[in-house]
Ligand binder design. Structure first.
Ligand code: SF4
Length: 497
C-alpha cells in the first residue's frame, strides 16, 4: 500500500544534495488530519532528508514508517489508531524495522500508545519535531543556525487563559505536562508533499481562544507567531522553486503578530507577500470572526494576488449556544459583519463551518442556525457533528444529544446549504475566471480539473474542464482563462477560452 503520496517532493535550499555514504534509511510518511499537520510532516521530512534519509511513497520499501496523527475529534483519533495498526503489519510482512507515531495523538495519549501498541518504537509530539531524527535512527546533520525551540513572548490573553487552566492536561492520563512550544522558521528544511505549484505556510501555531468544544490549545500550546521576515523569506524561496499559490494557515491566522506586539499583522504580511512577483494567488484560512478588521478587508480588496476569499469558521449562529461555546457573537452581529465583508471585498467567496448538536442545543437554537444559513448565503459551508472530548470545557456539560439526533441535524443543515450552493453555482455559468489547472481528473481520464480563486485547495469543489482549443496544450500548474459552462451542486464545468 502506498504511503501518503509525496507528490513531486520539492527539496528546498536547506536540503542536502549528498546522502550518507552508508545505505540511507528509507522513511515512509503517512500524514493524517489538517494542512497544519501536513506542514509538520513536511518539516519532519525535510529534517530527515537533510540528514541523509531517503523518502519513499511505498510502505513495503520503507525501513521506517512515520504516522503523523490527528486527535482533534474522536473519529480522527480512531482513524489515527487504525492507520498505526495497519502500518504495524508491515513490520511482520515487509522490511519495516521501525514504526514511529508523531503528532496530536501523541500529545493526548503518549503513554497509552506505547503501552497498548507494542509495535510502536518511538513517539514524537507536536513540540518535538526535531526528535524525528533520533526516533527514526537517522543521524542528525548539525547546523549552527538551527534554533527551533524558541520561547516567544506570549499575549496577555494567553496568560489569562493559562491562569484559568485552559492549557491544563491534568485530566489526561498519559499526556506529559509540558506544552509544545515548537515553531519552524525559514531556515528549517521542508519537503513539500503538495503539488509543486502550491504550498501551505504555517504562520502561527497554538491557540489562546476559549472555545469550550476544542482541545487544540492543550494539544498545540499557546498562540505564537513566526517572524514576518521569516514567513516572507520562506514564501520567496517557495516562489523561486515554482510555487504559484500560497495558503497561509495557523489555528487562528487573524491573531498573527499579536504575540510580538504587531498591529495589523496579517494585513501587513499579506501586503509583503503580494509584492513577490512569481506568486499568483495568496490566501489565508481559519479567520476568527471578531478579528476581521476593516484594514484586513481593505488589504484583500486592494491586491489582485490576494484571493477574494475568506474562511471564517463561525461554529454556530445562536447567541446562547455561542455563549456556551465560549465564543460570543450571534446571527445579527455575524450578518452585519458579512455584509461589511461583501461590501468591502467585491465578489467575495465566503466559507464557514458549524458544529451541530452542541450540548443543550435546543430545536429552536438549531432552527436559528438554519435560518441564519439561509440568510447569509455562504459559498461554501461545512457542518460537523459535535464530538465530546475529555479535557474540553463542554465535556462536563449536561444535556448531551444522542448521536442519531446530532446526525439528523447535521444532514438537515447540509440540506439547507445544498439549495444555496446549487443556486450560487448556477449563477456562475457564462462567467470567465482564471483557472489553475491541476491535471487529469480523478473522475474520468477524459476530463481535466482545476480550481479558480474561489476554490481553496482540497476543501472546496472543483472545476472540470471538458473543452480545450486544439492549439492549447494544457499543463498542470499553469493558469488559463476559462468560461463556466455548467454547474452542479458543488462542482463546475468549464472550457478553456
Ligand atoms: S479558535 Fe477555538 S476552535 Fe479554533 S483552535 Fe482555537 S480553541 Fe479551537
Amino acid at each position: 500500500m502506498p504511503v501518503k503520496q509525496i507528490n513531486s517532493a520539492v527539496a528546498n535550499e536547506n536540503t542536502p544534495a549528498s546522502l550518507n555514504s552508508t545505505r540511507p534509511q528509507k522513511v515512509g510518511f503517512v500524514s493524517l488530519g489538517c494542512p497544519k499537520n501536513l506542514v509538520d510532516s513536511e518539516v519532519m521530512m525535510g529534517l530527515l532528508a537533510r540528514s541523509g534519509a531517503e523518502l519513499t511513497t511505498h510502505a513495503e520499501d520503507a525501513d521506517v514508517i512515520v504516522v503523523n496523527t490527528c486527535s482533534f475529534i474522536e473519529s480522527a483519533q480512531q482513524e489515527s489508531v487504525n492507520t498505526i495498526l495497519e502500518m504495524a503489519t508491515h513490520k511482520t510482512s515487509g522490511r519495516v524495522r521501525k514504526l514511529v507515531v508523531a503528532g496530536c495523538l501523541v500529545e493526548r495519549f503518549r503513554d497509552q500508545i506505547r503501552k497498548n501498541i507494542p509495535e510502536v518504537d518511538a513517539v514524537v509530539g507536536t513540540g518535538e519535531l526535531e526528535n524525528i531524527l533520533a526516533a527514526t535512527g537517522v543521524a542528525p546533520v548539525p547546523r549552527p543556525s538551527d534554533s527551533p525551540f524558541v520561547v516567544l513572548p506570549s499575549r496577555p490573553e494567553a496568560n489569562a487563559r493559562a491562569a484559568q487552566g485552559r492549557f491544563s492536561r491534568e485530566s489526561w492520563d498519559g499526556a506529559i505536562a509540558d506544552l509544545p512550544n515548537y515553531l519552524y522558521d525559514d531556515s528549517t528544511p521542508r519537503v513539500l508533499a503538495t503539488p509543486r505549484y502550491m504550498a501551505y505556510i504555517k504562520i502561527a501555531e497554538g491557540c489562546d481562544h476559549a472555545c469550550s468544544f476544542c482541545i487544540i490549545p492543550q494539544l498545540r500550546g499557546q498562540f505564537r507567531s513566526r517572524r514576518l521576515e521569516s514567513v516572507v523569506a520562506e514564501a520567496e524561496r517557495l516562489a523561486r522553486s515554482g510555487v504559484r499559490e500560497i495558503t497561509l494557515i495557523g489555528q487562528d491566522t487573524t491573531c498573527y503578530g499579536e504575540d510580538f506586539g504587531l498591529k495589523d499583522g496579517l494585513p501587513l504580511l499579506l501586503e509583503r507577500l503580494a509584492r513577490i512577483e512569481e506568486l499568483r494567488w495568496i490566501r489565508f484560512l481559519y479567520a476568527y470572526p471578531n478579528k476581521i478588521t476593516g484594514k484586513l478587508l481593505e488589504t484583500i480588496a486592494a491586491h489582485e494576488k490576494i484571493c477574494s476569499y475568506m474562511d471564517v469558521p463561525l461554529q454556530h449562529a445562536s447567541a446562547s449556544v455561542l455563549k456556551r461555546m465560549k465564543r460570543g457573537g450571534g446571527a445579527d452581529l455575524f450578518l452585519r459583519s458579512i455584509e461589511k465583508m461583501r461590501r468591502t471585498v467585491p465578489d467575495l467567496t465566503l466559507r464557514t463551518s458549524f458544529i451541530v448538536g452542541f450540548p443543550g442545543e435546543t430545536e429552536k437554537e438549531f432552527e436559528e442556525l438554519c435560518d441564519f444559513v439561509r440568510e447569509a448565503q455562504f459559498d461554501w459551508m461545512g457542518a460537523f457533528a459535535y464530538s465530546d472530548q475529555e479535557g474540553a470545557g463542554a465535556y462536563s456539560l449536561d444535556q448531551k444529544l444522542s448521536a442519531r439526533e446530532i446526525e439528523r441535524r447535521r444532514r438537515r443543515l447540509m440540506g439547507v446549504q445544498k439549495q444555496i450552493s446549487k443556486k450560487k453555482k448556477k449563477a456562475l455559468v457564462g462567467r470567465e475566471f482564471d483557472l489553475l489547472l491541476e491535471g487529469t481528473s480523478e473522475e474520468s481520464e477524459l476530463l481535466l480539473e482545476g480550481r479558480t480563486a474561489m476554490h481553496a485547495p482540497e476543501i472546496d469543489g472543483k472545476v472540470f474542464v471538458n473543452d480545450v482549443r486544439d492549439e492549447i496544450t494544457p499543463e498542470p500548474g499553469h493558469f488559463y482563462r476559462c468560461q463556466i459552462t455548467e454547474s452542479h451542486e458543488h462542482d463546475l464545468v468549464a472550457r478553456i477560452v
